[in-house]
Design a protein around this ligand. Sequence first.
Ligand SMILES: [Zn+2]
Length: 264
Amino acid sequence: MPIQRTSLACLLLFIGSLLAACGSGGLVRTIEGKKNNSVLEAGTWGHLKSDRNSWLAQLPPGSAITICGDHQMETLAALRAWSNSVGRTGSFAFSVGCTPNVATKIKVVGSTRPEAKAHCADRKRGGSAFVSERAIILCMDKMLYPILLHETGHLWGMCDVYPAKLLPSDNCDPNWFTGRNSFSVMGASYTSNLSGADIEGVSKLTTRNDVAGNRLWNGGRSFAGDDDESGEEIKGPAVSAHGEVMSDELRQALEDLMSESGTQ
Ligand SMILES: [Zn+2]
């Protein structure tokens, strides 16, 4: 939908975090249908409202991350894309091959595995990210990298910002959510490059003082034994960023992946 000139000033005000009533248009609450490279691109991103203890943004400098299961090289590239955008790639030790003794393992179940087929049966999405399990389940063969880029975004701590009319999602923390869009990776753009909004969102995530690991990157306090609220453990069943509960079959598949990788 073309953006009318009279509403442009309202939208620019929105970017400046001023939710202002403009002219006769009323409050600007969402911006939908924007195009790539729009000046209005920035400012529409969000962070997950749960699983904070598992976000990759929590990892301190020097952490090792290894990838297990399927599509390891593509997953590595996706993880690095997010990491590059906030300048952390050189400070993480990424590896493929499900390296033994590496605590942070990212597990990927490809779409051709029976457990993935069972999980994906009646879902119309490209994949699922179980953040607390650091696991990604793929539901499609095509658009592999764009889907991995979206799902690894969830592992970092990003939520879905799809336009509400496309696919409503409520996995965003209302305190860290600036709006929906369809042009970013987290807005289901199915593109292979992070948008300005994706990068702005993850950058904001990595400077949050209440995300404890960030203090080690930003020269702040150590979070070990800290008394801040981010030390809360979020317990419960494994629920994906999209709200699905992990089945026993899926959990077994993840265990099998680890076995196949020779880590037991
Ligand atoms: Zn998603």
